[in-house]
Design a protein around this ligand. Structure first.
Ligand SMILES: *Cc1c(COP(=O)(O)O)cnc(C)c1O
Length: 426
């Protein structure tokens, strides 16, 4: 792709963009003077699809007019409501519909998956995560270790970048598996690393780990709706993700969970159970003999919050209208490539991008380190905010910028870099 620095180039790219019309389907926040923000924070909270309000109101209306009967005799009955989401959920992560379920929240699902897939023995008991794992994942893993009576000082193995490097190296992960493979029970890694934006080689890690008898799970919080995924084909054991980042389903919305078919069908697998995981046909016989469904649904605990699922259904409809991940990814590569190009052309003396450059190793997000001598990253971030840019700051020194193909334009990226340039030179 050949990029150019002028505004006309950005405008032409927007004109030629077959997905440009989707921006109108989202509510773009406005600054105090009434103009649209330059919203580059879809990695943290995706914008609201206008359809979400419509679908949530439909459920409120059903509740008002039908009461308990809303579970059965109507359009989109609540009883099987999560099933209406399975097809798109499966497409987004590269799975079969029986391998996915929308339930709970991300950290809850991580715990539920570890209950089933972290089964430490005397000799094989370690869990590998990255040194810079998202705090919730770190806490969840530490508490699972302690729950099994294992001291994290012994049982927690942290993958670190090499000295003076920011990214993880595939060969270091493979070397760790080679050296400590027999004592590792579980490897839990991110699909897209939240701080650096790095994407790891899912298939290679999964293959290498499973060859040594290690279970592999992925946290896809920053990957789902962002990069193409093939969980079934990669043979991943389990994966969890939230839906409020690139899936635009609203703050704290219900999360997703993948259990590979070969595990899902094994109803003897130990798990924490609730009535919503019980065989649908006999659930209401209330016999108190748990018969789990032979699908990912077998891990459900409770009947789900329908208002949240309605927002997810709206988001999924927009993804389907856009043609799914393939066209979105195509635009995303251009949009993020253009951002990288402009940063290099306009602010390279102040800004260093730590996200890998190779297309297979990143999604929408670029992580920017401020190396300017006259101002700190935090100060620079403050100037961007004051100029109407919504991005996000992560300690110790990263501004995350995520142009999202569903609602961000090339002109957004152009305007952002112009503002960044003047903020650096101020
Ligand atoms: C966003 C995010 C979370 C948030 O967890 P919740 O349970 O949804 O609050 C956890 N882990 C990662 C890697 C994330 O990016």
């Amino acid at each position: 792709m050949h990029y150019q620095t002028g505004l006309e180039f950005a405008q032409q790219m927007d004109c030629d963009d077959p997905l440009a019309r989707f921006r109108e389907q989202f509510s773009i926040p406005r600054t105090s003077d009434g103009s649209e923000e330059i919203y580059l924070c879809g990695n943290s909270l995706g914008l609201q699809p206008k359809l979400a309000r419509e679908y949530v109101v439909q459920e409120l209306d059903k509740w008002a007019s039908l009461g308990v009967k809303g579970h059965f005799d109507c359009e989109y009955p609540w009883m099987p409501y999560h099933e209406f989401l399975a097809e798109t959920a499966a497409d987004l992560v590269g799975a079969h519909t029986d391998e996915v379920v929308m339930m709970n929240s991300l950290t809850v699902n991580l715990h539920l998956m570890m209950v089933s897939f972290y089964r430490p023995s005397e000799t094989r008991y370690k869990i590998v995560i990255e040194d810079h794992a998202f705090p919730s994942d770190h806490y969840a893993v530490e508490s699972q270790l302690r729950h099994h009576g294992i001291d994290p000082a012994d049982g927690l193995v942290l993958l670190k970048p090499r000295e003076n490097e920011e990214l993880l190296r595939q060969e270091d992960i493979e070397a760790l598996i080679e050296e400590q493979g027999d004592s590792i029970a579980l490897i839990l890694l991110p699909g897209v690393q939240y701080y650096t934006g790095q994407v790891l080689d899912f298939a290679a890690i999964t293959g290498a780990a499973q060859a040594r008898g290690i279970k592999v799970g992925f946290d896809l919080a920053h990957a789902v709706g962002n990069i193409p995924l093939k969980l079934h084909e990669w043979n991943v054991d389990f994966a969890c993700w939230c839906t409020y980042k690139y899936l635009n389903s609203g703050p704290g919305s219900v999360a997703g969970c993948f259990v590979h078919r070969r595990h899902a069908r094994d109803t003897s697998l130990d798990r924490f159970a609730g009535w919503w995981g019980h065989d649908k046909d006999t659930r209401f016989r209330m016999e108190n003999r748990f018969v789990p469904m032979p699908t990912a649904e077998g891990w459900q605990l409770s009947n789900p919050p329908i208002l949240s699922l309605a927002a997810i259904r709206a988001s999924y409809d927009v993804f389907r209208q856009a043609g799914g991940m393939q066209p979105l990814r195509k635009k995303s590569e251009k949009l993020t490539g253009y951002l990288r190009y402009l940063l290099e052309a306009e602010v390279s003396e102040f800004i260093r991008v730590i996200t890998p450059e190779n297309a297979d190793e990143h999604g929408c997000q670029l992580s920017l380190c401020c190396d300017a001598r006259h101002l700190t990253g935090r100060e620079l971030f403050g100037r961007l905010e004051a100029a109407g840019i919504t991005a996000d700051w992560r300690e110790p020194n990263v501004i995350r910028i995520a142009p999202v193909p569903l609602y961000n334009s090339f002109t957004d990226v152009y305007n952002f870099v112009q503002i960044l340039k003047s903020a650096c030179n101020e």
